[in-house]
Design a protein around this ligand. Structure first.
Ligand SMILES: [Zn+2]
Length: 273
């Protein structure tokens, strides 16, 4: 098991209901890791204003324009580059409709890390409201992601809402209402009908859900194993909203027996036992 010396959470503060202080306290309590700290946006933490000008262009190149086309070099227009430059330093993080290549974004951020911060004993968790996707070789298209594991791990708060699918009945009902109602009215009606069966933007349960996803990043780094197959374990890779709700918010315990043992071992290791 990889020793864990440092967990860093990066928060661009674009999501009202995400409380990273609570996430940090949770990780500290469950892993025993003594150094759990919080920072502002990753891209500002590890870059200079000069670098940010280049960074804006690099991020604009990661935009996915066609979910059915494999990753390729996109040549952004001047306005798109300017938009990304502004977005880096602007608190108002703007629309989350743009899709970015998740692995490309991760590579870009990893490249900003000073060499002494990139060790395997350190976990970096980046929270963003950017919509991220990864290319799937099997069905030849991009899929939205809630999390991209690795260094740094990227958790998309938009992805938590949009990546796991909502109940089929939701899409059917939306289709039926779609033509008759204004979008915001449709959303309110669907919310009424399906209530807490899915996570919504600025959902008050978001911090609770983020704890489990941050733990997925930690466990992956410590064990090299991605996700868990037990549907009641918070490390479960949810493809449906109801699976996410079950794994993160319901169920008799937080983790499966194997992962509870792992966390206990991590706490012992942190105490030096
Ligand atoms: Zn598990």
């Amino acid at each position: 098991m990889q020793t864990l010396n440092d967990i860093r959470l990066y928060d661009e503060q674009s999501t009202r209901t995400l409380d990273t202080e609570e996430v940090a306290e949770y990780l500290q309590a469950r892993t025993g890791c003594r150094a759990v700290s919080r920072y502002g946006p990753f891209s500002l933490e590890y870059s200079t204003p000069e670098k940010q000008s280049v960074l804006g262009e690099q991020i604009a190149r990661l935009k996915v324009h066609d979910v059915d086309a494999p990753p390729g070099e996109y040549d952004p227009a001047y306005a798109e580059v300017e938009f990304e430059r502004r977005r880096l330093t602007n608190r108002d993080r703007g629309p989350f409709g743009i899709l970015y290549d998740g692995f490309g974004f991760q590579r870009l951020l990893r490249g900003l890390l000073p060499p002494d911060r990139g060790g395997l004993d350190r976990v970096h968790v980046v929270f963003t409201n950017r919509t991220i996707g990864t290319w799937d070789e099997d069905d030849k298209r991009y899929h939205l992601r809630a999390i991209v594991l690795g260094i740094p791990a990227i958790i998309s708060t938009t992805g938590l809402v949009e990546a796991p699918a909502k109940p089929r009945e939701f899409y059917l009902a939306r289709q039926q209402m779609g033509l008759a109602a204004r979008p915001e009215l449709t959303h309110a009606l669907l919310k009424q009908q399906f209530g807490d069966q899915f996570l919504d933007h600025d959902d008050p349960r978001l911090t609770q859900v983020a704890k489990g996803y941050a733990m997925q990043a930690v466990v992956y780094q410590v064990t090299g194993e991605a996700f868990c197959t037990a549907p009641d374990c918070r490390l479960f890779n949810a493809h449906w909203q109801r699976q996410l709700i079950r794994a993160q918010l319901e169920g008799p315990r937080e983790y499966c027996a194997r992962h509870e043992q792992l966390l206990a071992a991590m706490r012992r290791q942190a105490r030096g036992a």
